[in-house]
Ligand binder design. Sequence first.
Ligand code: G4P
Length: 193
Amino acid sequence: MQELIDLIRQSGKVLPGNILKVDGFLNHQVSPVLMQHCGQELARRFQDAGVTRVWTVESSGIAPALMTALALGVPMIFARKHKSLTLTDDLYTADVYSYTKKVTNHISIAKRFVQPHDKILLVDDFLANGQAVNGMMEIAAQAGVQVVGAGIVIEKSFQPGGKELRQAGVRVESLAKIKSLAGGKVSFEEGEA
Ligand code: G4P
C-alpha cells in the first residue's frame, strides 16, 4: 500500500536489532486516517472470506484491527496480555514469546465472545517471527473456530513468521513487506515501491 510505504520511508527509523521504529503513526502516536485506509484495504482483500470477527493482540494491533472490523461490519476482539493468570476457566489462553522484548505473555480471549461458527480474521501491526499470530491460531484451535487468514500492516519478510504461516496454508496479506533493514536502510520487497 503506497501511502504506508511512503510514510515508512519518510518517518521510519531503523534501530539496532533489525527493529523498525514507526511510533509516529502506528506504535505510539497513531494516524487515524492511515489506520482507516489500512483497515479498508485489509477488509477489501478479505471481503469474500465470510469474516465474522477480527482478532488481534493488545496493544498496537488494536488500531488496525478496529478499522478492519469497522470496514467489514463485524466486532473486533483484542486478546489481553498477562504475565501470569490463575483463574482461566472462562478463558482461552496461549503463550506468546516476544523475541523483541524477551518476555512470554499469556494471551487470553474470553470464551463468551467466541461463537462455534466464527470465521476469524487475525490482524496485527507487525509480523516478524509470527508468535502473536501463532498464539491466536492456538486459541482458535482450542475454540474450534476457523481462521480465514492474517492481515498484517508491516511484514518483516526477512524474519520467518510469514513464510512459515504461508507454508502451513494460512492466507497472509501484508500491506507493506520489508525485505531488509540492513545497514539502517529500509528495503521493500519487489513490486513494492
Ligand atoms: P511476532 O509477534 O511477529 O513473533 O514478533 P516478535 O516476537 O518478533 O516481536 C514481539 C513484539 O515486537 C511484537 O509486539 C511485534 O509486533 C513487535 N515487533 C517486531 N518487530 C518489530 C519492529 O521491527 N518494529 C516494531 N515497532 N515492533 C516490532 P508486542 O510485544 O505484541 O507489542 P505491542 O503490540 O504491545 O506494542
